[in-house]
Each structure stands twice: as C-alpha cells, then as structure tokens.
Design a protein around this ligand. Structure first.
Ligand code: GCB
Length: 628
C-alpha cells in the first residue's frame, strides 16, 4: 500500500515535471544554428572533396583510454603526427595508429564504398587529409561539413573545433584561429552508431550509410559577412528579405539586396544584433516560379565588404479549404517519393548534380510529375537547387521516423536542431512547398507533444510554407465496403494531411478490392497520399494470377490504387513509394530482394518496370487537363 502511494506520488511528480518541461519547451524559441552560411558553394575557399585517409576505430580508441580517461598520445588520430618518423626518432615510442599509412578513399561518399566489409559497420571511422591555403589577414575561415552520418567531430591542425549530431544537415565551424598559412591538416571522426535516443533510431527501412556523404569545404569570408539571407515573395505580394550579418561590424550596417533583372533594390540597416528586415512591393513584371515556368532570378546581398550571390524563385503557396494553391491557383501534386541514393549496383549516397539530375529527370519527364517527396531526411542542397531549376515541387522532411524516444529531452533537442538547420539551409528554395515533421509515428501524448513542438518551430521559422506529416490510418468495414479514416490528433495541427496507405500489399485486403476503398472527408483540409507502393523485381513476370514481386502484380496494384484515388474528393496529390529500388537491410528475400526494397518504379540500375508506365499515363492525363 505504502509502496503504491509512493509510486503514485512519483508518477504525479514525474507528470508534473513533464508538463512543466513541456511548457518551457513550447515557450522557448526554436534553436538556430550558430552559423547558417547561406549558399556555401558560392563562397571563396577550397572544396575539400577528393582523397582522404580513413581508419576504422570500432572501440573508439581514438577518443578514450581503456578506463574511460582522455585518449593518450599514440591513440589520438587527430594529432598531427608523422608516426613513422616519431617511432624512428624514439624507438620506445608506442603508436597504435598511423593515419599516413592507412588506405585512402574519395569523399564524399559513404564508407559502404571504401571496402565491402564495411557494409553493415556501425561505429567510428576517422578521416584525414592535408590541404594548402594562403591565409589572408583580416579574413575569417570556416569548415563546412554538408553531411556526416551520424555524429561527427572536427579537428583542424590537431585542435578540436566542434561536433555535430545528425546525418543530414550541415555544420559550420569557425577555424580562423586554427588556420595556418600554407599546409593544414583536417581530421573528422564520424560515428554512425544509432541508439533508441537518436533521430532516426536504429530501426529504419533504409541503409544507414555511415560516413561523409556530402561536401566538406573551407570557406573564406570578410571579417563581417552576410551569414544568412532569406529572400521570398510574401502572400501579400511583397519581396521580403531577412538578412543576418555576422562579425564585429554587424550592428547598424547598411544592407542592400538587389534583383537586377527586376530592377529591384531593397535597402535598410541592421539592428544591434546584425539583423535586417527589408521589403518592397513585388514589381509587376515579376514572373512567378512554377513547375511549368521555373524562373529563377539572380539575387545579390551586399553588406560592408561582403557580397553574397543567390538564385531564387518567387512564388506563394497556401491552403484554401481542401485546396492547395500555388500562386493563388489550385494545384494537384503529381509526385513520387525518393531516397537520397544514386543509380547503380553499389550506391554510396554520393548525390552529385549528375546523379540527382538522372533521378529528377525520370520524375519530371518520364512520369510527367511536378512533385517529389524527398524521404526520409533532408536531402543534399544540390538536389534542392536542381529541383528549383527543373521545376519540381518538393516535400522536405526530418528523420523523425517510426519509434522515436518521445519522452527524452535530448532527442527532442536533436530533432529541433535538425528542423532548424534544414529550414535555415533551404528556405530560399522555391521548390519546397511542404515541411514534414514525422513519418508513421504511433499516437501517444508524449509523441503529440514532441511533434507539436516541431510544428511550432517550423511555423516560427517559416510562415510561408505548409506543414505536414505522414500519418497512419484506421480502417473499418461499414457493410458496403471498407473505409479508411485518419484518427490522429496531430491532423488538426497540419495544413495538409498526408497518409501512407498500402492496401493490397500489406494487410489482408485482396488486390481486386482496393479500388473500392472509401475515404470519408469532413476534415476541411487537403490530403495527399504520401506513400503507397508494392514490390517488384525488375524483369520478373508471371501469368495470372500474378503473385507479389512480379511486375504484373505491382502494375495492377498501381491501377487499383489510382482508381481508388480518383474517388477521394479531398485528395490533392500523391507521392507513391518509390522512384527507385533502394538498399534496405530489412529486406532479405534471397531471390527478390537481396537487401533491396523493391518498391521502385525503376530498378537500382534505372530499368523501368511496368508500373512506371501506369503512373506516367495517369499523370499525363492529369497534366493535359491542368495544363501545367
Ligand atoms: C513505409 C515507410 C517507408 C518504407 C515503406 C515500405 O510506410 O514510410 O520508409 O520503406 O513503408 O516499403 O514498407
């Protein structure tokens, strides 16, 4: 009895602590990365892509001694040491690594490409290289890591300069004090280990792809520079610019934003914190960006000695009733989902512009699409810039996937940083219309609080786009056929509801019945099918009745599901699962899968399956009607 009372008391206290934490959490402003560094590729400096030494460290010997103390000399991979010379000079010296005599690889690219034995490795790998750069007095220097999965630590010339959690958003470290004129050595330790507390957690339906998967750059800027510039068209017809300066002269500085093709100049002065908000009525001759006319303008942001160049499209997106409006007109999203994984038999998640163009071209010109869901994490800036250029609307999301540790404050903090880093990096991209905060997460109070916090952050950081999340549905048989319903309380917080639906593949519904599934409305907002799909091994055909994994079954699945979608009155788009077969360690059928999720409409090498034609024809019909 007493134990029960104590337990009840503890639960009450825990609940109280939780609700206090919840209030504090919700009141706090969204986290912002210390440094944004808009359009890093346009900056002076050095692209550090290329040859790097790599060394595996599964027991993290380079970080800690055998009793947990700080790693000693002879173990620290980041020390700038010529180990061979040191041991020759001192025969008693003991080193248990030598970064000068390990294999080398070409970065960016996951370590799955360094050696076959690393395919399922989860742990720490050290990378190092040297580079030469002339230091200009008065300039500032930064190391920018576009993506390192999952936790990374950066050292320049043996000095720790910072760490970053999250495999899909960038980190920028100031190294002005560590840079040497001439030769420099950089070391990055990348640890792919995930836990129930990380985002995403260990169990997903895609390959982990540990390592440095996007560019590493040295960036050189004036002492006071334009760290961030967000330039957009507002729903009330203005071109607005938010400019953040960084440096000793950031306060009360003159800021100028020019769009030469529009003869538009915005001017203003930064506040004490270096922030300037400028705006003016959009010129009449502005051509609005759309999939049919993906017009981009050169934009220049000038402050003091610094000039930042951007290329930006101007458009508006909003929801009215059950419609999604692009530039004030209703639009249907003819999409497909895709992972960040290039075509080929052995992808390493190195999304070059050519690799991204190959995939996006299949969507735009092959499928007649106007929309892509970039699943299940922020994709590379290269892909987003290409979507801007080619005219594809984009769904962008953070890896809050399946079962997250909803009650863990650090997990929430990590997810909030990912949201902030993603939005700060990409809010100039006209292509992005939807920010998604989660995928298929089970309803609970803790989960609702977690996701509502993320939604609040998105709205605070960017009120110009729509918020969504991929939800699960409930199904019931109402006598005259099956009905699907969204019973998720999160739906009321979203602008656009999104659901993943797999009838005819998962669950018991016979394929022949899928077309008749009903979706009663009444939510007063638009819905999109963020996923539906079926697996097929390219080239595998069988006569009727076709079984799962044949191309025939997948094609019929698409016919059935598309017929069903025609009868959903509040459906405003779809991004079926998925463009290309992708690596997934969960998928181990020895004949059909072999480590690949086969729901692609094209195989891993780009061979189109029958269902590709079914969706392409469906979209061609819609495109002909809508004219975009
Ligand atoms: C889903 C997940 C996606 C999976 C897919 C599947 O609902 O969101 O990540 O890969 O199903 O193939 O089962």
């Amino acid at each position: 009895m007493i134990a029960a009372i104590i337990r009840a008391g503890v639960t009450l206290l825990a609940a109280l602590a939780f609700s206090l934490a919840a209030t504090a959490e919700q009141m706090r402003l969204p986290t912002s990365p210390d440094i944004v560094m808009t359009n890093p590729a346009s900056r002076d400096g050095l692209d550090l892509s290329g040859s790097w030494a790599w060394s595996v460290d599964p027991y993290r010997d380079g970080l800690a001694g055998f009793h947990g103390s700080e790693a000693g000399k002879g173990h620290r991979r980041y020390d700038v040491e010529d180990v061979d010379a040191a041991t020759r000079a001192d025969p008693a010296a003991l080193y248990e690594y030598d970064m000068r005599r390990v294999p080398r690889t070409t970065l960016p690219g996951s370590w799955t490409g360094h050696a076959p034995k690393l395919r399922h490795y989860e742990g720490l790998i050290w990378y190092s290289r040297e580079f030469s750069h002339a230091v200009t007095p008065g300039k500032r220097y930064f190391i920018r890591v576009e993506a390192a999965n999952y936790l990374s630590r950066v050292y320049l010339n043996g000095v720790f300069v910072g760490s970053h959690e999250g495999g899909f958003t960038p980190a920028t470290y100031e190294v002005t004090d560590q840079m040497k004129d001439g030769a420099n050595a950089i070391t990055i330790g990348v640890d792919s280990q995930r836990s129930p507390e990380t985002v995403p957690p260990p169990v997903t339906d895609w390959e982990t792809y540990g390592g440095i998967t996007r560019e590493v750059r040295l960036i050189e800027v004036p002492e006071t520079y334009v760290d961030e510039a967000w330039v957009r068209l507002t729903r009330d017809g203005k071109i607005a610019a938010t400019v953040q300066l960084n440096g000793s002269a950031k306060a009360r500085a003159a800021v100028r934003v020019e769009v030469p093709d529009l003869k538009l100049v915005l001017t203003g002065t930064s506040d004490g914190g270096g922030l300037a908000e400028l705006s003016a009525k959009a010129p009449r001759k502005l051509q609005k960006w759309s999939p049919g006319n993906p017009k981009l303008y050169d934009v220049t942001v000038i402050a003091g000695e610094d000039t930042l160049a951007e290329r930006i499209g101007f458009r508006t997106v909003e929801v009215r009733g059950e419609d999604i409006l692009l530039n004030g007109k209703p639009i249907y999203l003819r999409g497909i989902s895709m992972h960040e994984e290039e075509l080929g038999t052995d992808p390493v998640r190195a999304m070059s512009e050519g690799a991204a163009r190959a995939l996006l071209s299949e969507i735009k010109y092959g499928l007649n699409g106007n929309f892509v869901r970039l699943a299940h994490y922020p994709h590379s800036e290269t892909t987003l810039r290409l979507a801007d250029e080619m005219g594809l609307l984009v769904w962008s999301e953070v890896p809050v996937y399946w079962l997250i540790d909803w009650e863990n404050a650090e997990t929430l903090a990590a997810a909030r940083s990912m949201v902030a880093e993603n939005i700060h990096r990409d809010r100039n991209r006209a292509s992005i219309v939807l920010w998604s905060v989660a995928n298929e997460t089970p309803v609970s109070d803790a989960r609702n609080h977690f996701l509502e916090t993320l939604i609040g952050d998105v709205r605070a950081l960017d009120g110009t786009r729509l918020v969504t999340a991929a939800l699960l549905t409930n199904q019931s048989d109402q006598g005259d056929g099956a009905e699907a319903r969204i019973d998720d309380p999160l739906a009321e917080h979203l602008d656009v509801m999104a659901v993943n639906t797999y009838n005819g593949w998962y669950g018991g519904m016979p394929l022949a019945d899928v077309h008749a599934l009903k979706w009663p409305g009444g939510y007063g907002k638009p819905m999109i099918f963020s996923e539906f799909g079926a697996g097929a091994l390219a080239g595998f055909h069988e006569d009727e009745p076709a079984r799962k994994f044949t191309e025939d079954y997948q094609a019929e699945y698409y016919r059935q599901t598309l017929a069903m979608s025609d009868n959903v009155p509040f459906l405003r788009g779809m991004s079926p699962w998925i463009l290309k077969d992708f690596r997934s360690p969960r998928r181990q059928h020895p004949v059909y899968q072999q480590g690949w999720n086969r729901k692609g409409l094209i195989s891993e090498t780009g061979r189109r399956k029958e269902a590709f034609g079914v969706l392409a024809a469906h979209y061609a019909g819609m495109k002909a009607k809508s004219g975009d």
